[in-house]
Ligand binder design. Structure first.
Ligand code: SME
Length: 152
């Protein structure tokens, strides 16, 4: 997969979004279109206290996640990308979709403060390699950039 090309396409798509909801909705739809073997792709947004579910692609998900709780809460409170190759072996995991086996969570910042996280789940064990994780981090940077520009 040509990640550089995907990032270029994503940049064009994300630049054209009129609001933060449009941006996050189409960002999750884009990733869902281009990545295979994924069962949940979306955002949790930080409200100053906890994470609440935002735009996503996948099955109905947990609506609220406390900071530090699950892979999302862990990534958000540590402010770093988390990769879990087998969620069944990761004690601090919330099984919203019981089919999930591996997961990556990338924190999103806006104006130097936590804005939320990008969460991607796969039904395959160890679905994510280093290159894919780097792509997701770069993709998250593009989303962050557009969040600063989009006023709505
Ligand atoms: N598995 C996540 C919860 C969110 S769902 O995957 C959509 C976690 O452990 O934080």
């Amino acid at each position: 997969m040509n990640y550089e090309e995907l990032l270029n396409t994503a940049e064009g798509l994300l630049q054209g979004q009129p609001s933060k909801i449009s941006l996050l909705a189409n960002a999750s739809a884009f990733l869902n279109e281009v990545l295979d073997h994924m069962n949940w792709i979306g955002f949790y947004l930080y409200n100053g206290k906890s994470l609440t579910v935002g735009p996503f692609q996948g099955k109905v998900a947990c609506a609220e996640i406390q900071m530090g709780s699950g892979v999302c809460g862990e990534a958000a409170s540590l402010n770093k990308t988390m990769y879990v190759s087998n969620v069944l072996e990761h004690t601090n995991h919330i099984a919203c979709d019981p089919n999930s086996r591996s997961e990556v969570v990338v924190p999103l910042m806006l104006n130097n403060a936590l804005y939320g996280v990008l969460d991607i789940d796969s039904p395959m064990i160890a679905r994510f390699d280093e290159e894919l994780i780097l792509f997701l981090e770069k993709f998250a940077k593009l989303v962050e950039k557009q969040l600063t520009i989009t006023t709505l």
